[in-house]
Write a protein that binds this ligand. Structure first.
Ligand SMILES: [Zn+2]
Length: 228
């Protein structure tokens, strides 16, 4: 890993977008990739939360209205400029991993006009598997998360970590996931075609385990770096 960091540092400017459907594990992949390449992980969700809490930020109040209600900010220009500000900071000069953005074709075009990227990773997971992951999820009152099939507890219905009783979150139903997927596909399929036409799209099989997804993800960057 130290070697990868060194190679990456010498080449500089690795700018990556990581995309994927809900529960694809894209946030985890973005974080792992950022750690490996030693560049910042810019999670847009997290960035907006930080701004909302930052009393000195001139837009804190405006951003907090939406973030605290769990809503998307309707003003695309506002989000665009916040992200542009973030990636122009010093720590992003050697590159960065952008996660949770773009969410619309308008945002994708804005990015294309203002910033350049080396890769757009799509952590690809089939709708069937997403539904299975969500519907089989069980949590305890302390928030430890399990899965009936993929991560079962030793005793059915009891959390291995704290002994709490497991339950299913009320949003973890087939209907709600299907609705979320429908919204995701409406916008993301257009964004995916946009990046495919630009030759930036790298599809990763996200049906695998976290470690295997990461191995495939990092391999693309490392192979390219070694070629240079
Ligand atoms: Zn627990």
């Amino acid at each position: 890993m130290a070697k990868i960091k060194k190679i990456a540092k010498n080449k500089q400017n690795i700018k990556v977008i990581v995309m994927g459907p809900p529960v694809s594990g894209k946030g985890t992949q973005a974080r792992l990739l950022a750690e490996t390449l030693d560049i910042p992980h810019v999670s847009v969700g997290q960035l907006l939360h930080e701004i909302a809490r930052d009393k000195k930020h001139p837009l804190a109040e405006e951003v907090a209205k939406y973030v605290n209600a769990g809503k998307m900010i309707p003003d695309e220009d506002l989000v665009n400029s916040l992200i542009r500000q973030r990636v122009r900071q010093d720590d992003c000069q050697d590159g960065y991993i952008l996660d949770g953005y773009p969410r619309s074709i308008g945002q994708a075009k804005f990015l294309a006009e203002n910033l350049s990227f080396n890769y757009v990773y799509l952590i690809n997971v089939s709708d069937e598997i997403i539904i299975e992951r969500v519907v089989g999820r069980r949590v305890c009152p302390k928030g430890h998360s399990w899965h009936l099939k993929y991560l079962p507890t030793r005793r059915a219905g009891i959390c291995d970590i704290c002994g709490g009783k497991l339950f299913q979150r009320k949003d973890d139903t087939k209907k709600i996931v299907q609705d979320r997927l429908k919204i995701y596909h409406e916008e993301m399929d257009k964004i995916i075609s946009f990046y495919r036409r630009q030759g930036l799209l790298v599809k990763i099989n996200g049906d695998q385990h976290v470690e295997e997804v990461f191995r495939d993800t990092v391999k693309v960057v490392v192979d390219d770096l070694l070629k240079k």
